[in-house]
Design a protein around this ligand. Structure first.
Ligand SMILES: [Fe+2]
Ligand SMILES: [Fe+2]
Length: 324
C-alpha cells in the first residue's frame, strides 16, 4: 500500500532515473527552476509552478486533493475520460478503487504538455544535432504544442473525478521515459544483430505488448524505408518528449548521422519530411508503446502491493518475477 503522494513521488523519481538526457542534465534544469523562483518578487511568485522545482515533467501531476489517501487498488488507463471515471464508479461497487491513473495528461498536466517538449533539445543533441539548432527547432515546437492544447477543456475529467470522489493522477513523460530507456537499452544490447530494418522489426515483435498489438493489426510498422535497407544509427527520438518532434528535426538528425528513427506514432506530414531526409522510420505503435512505459511503472506499484486494474487501451503485462 502507498499513499497518492508516495505514488506521485515514485513516478517522478522513476522518470528522472530513466531520462535519456541523463540525471545531470535533469538536475541542472531543476536547479535553474529554483533559481528562477528565487529571483521573482513575491507578487510574481503566485503564477510560478512550484512543482517544477522538484518535478521536471509538467505533464505528470496529482489532479485531486487527497494526497494522503492510502491506495490498495488503482485503475490505470492510457486515456482517462469521464466514461472511465464512471466505469471506476461501477467497479468500485464490488471492490473499491482508490486511485485512477491516466497516462495521457489531463487538467494542469495537459496545459503543461508544451513544457515537457523541451526534453527534445538535449535528446536531439545526444544524437548529434548541434545544441543551438536543437534548441531553436524545439522551442518553436514547444510553442506550437502549447498553443495547440490551450483551447482544450482541460479539467473536464478532473471535475468528473471530484464529483464522484475519486483521486486522479496523470503520469505521462515519466512513463514515456521508461519505455524510451527500455527500447534504447534493448537496441544497445542487440547492436551486433541489428544490420537491416527487418532485424529491428523482428526484435520489436518479440516484445509482449507489441505482439499483443499485432493481433489487432497495430503491431510495429514501417512508415518510411524498406525492410532490406540498412538501419544505420538508430535514434529513439520519438518515444518520449511530450509529443512528435519538429518536422525540421528529421533533416537535422539525418545530417548528424542517424539512419533510422524509432517512434510511437507519426503524422502523414511528419512522414513526408522524414522520407525527404532519407531516413527509415519504424513506428512501434502508440497504445502498445505507452503500455510498455505504464507497465514498467505499474510493476513498481505492484511490488508495493498495489493491485492494478488496466483499462482504456492499456495492455497490462507484468515483468515482475513471481515470488509466490
Ligand atoms: Fe506516451
Ligand atoms: Fe501517447
Amino acid at each position: 500500500m502507498m499513499t497518492v503522494k508516495q505514488i506521485y513521488e515514485l513516478a517522478v523519481s522513476l522518470g528522472i532515473k530513466n531520462d535519456l538526457r541523463g540525471i545531470n542534465v535533469v538536475n541542472r534544469k531543476l536547479k535553474r527552476a529554483k533559481e528562477k523562483f528565487e529571483e521573482l518578487k513575491t507578487s510574481e511568485r503566485l503564477d510560478f509552478d512550484i512543482e517544477s522545482m522538484k518535478n521536471p515533467y509538467a505533464d505528470t501531476r496529482i489532479l485531486t486533493s487527497g494526497l494522503n489517501k492510502q491506495v490498495k487498488r488503482a485503475m490505470v488507463g492510457i486515456d482517462i475520460d469521464t466514461s472511465e471515471v464512471l466505469l471506476a464508479n461501477e467497479l468500485s461497487k464490488k471492490k473499491p478503487i482508490d486511485l485512477i491513473i491516466s497516462h495521457h495528461p489531463v487538467g494542469v498536466g495537459l496545459a503543461g504538455l508544451g513544457e515537457v517538449v523541451d526534453l527534445q533539445i538535449e535528446l536531439l543533441h545526444k544524437y548529434g544535432v548541434p545544441i543551438n539548432i536543437a534548441e531553436d527547432i524545439t522551442k518553436l515546437r514547444m510553442s506550437e504544442v502549447s498553443r495547440g492544447v490551450n483551447a482544450s477543456n482541460h479539467n473536464k475529467v478532473v471535475d468528473s473525478a471530484k464529483l464522484l470522489g475519486f483521486e486522479l493522477m496523470c503520469t505521462h513523460t515519466i512513463a514515456d521515459n521508461m519505455v524510451a530507456k527500455f527500447l534504447s537499452d534493448l537496441i544497445k544490447k542487440n547492436e551486433k544483430k541489428l544490420e537491416i530494418v527487418k532485424d529491428l522489426m523482428k526484435l520489436l515483435k518479440e516484445i509482449p505488448e507489441y505482439r499483443e498489438a499485432s493481433k489487432i493489426k497495430v503491431g510495429p510498422k514501417l512508415f518510411v524505408g524498406s525492410e532490406d535497407r540498412y538501419l544505420g544509427r538508430i535514434a529513439v527520438t520519438e518515444i518520449t518528449g511530450g509529443t512528435s518532434a519538429s518536422k525540421d528535426s528529421y533533416e537535422k538528425i539525418a545530417n548528424a548521422g542517424i539512419g533510422t528513427v524509432l517512434g510511437m506514432h507519426m503524422s502523414e506530414e511528419h512522414r513526408k519530411y522524414a522520407e525527404k531526409a532519407h531516413l527509415n522510420v519504424i513506428i512501434a505503435g502508440h497504445m502498445s508503446s505507452d503500455s510498455i512505459g505504464m507497465n514498467l511503472f505499474c510493476d513498481e506499484l505492484a511490488k508495493k502491493g498495489i493491485e492494478i486494474i488496466p483499462c482504456s487501451g492499456f495492455i497490462r503485462h507484468s515483468r515482475n518475477k513471481i515470488t509466490k
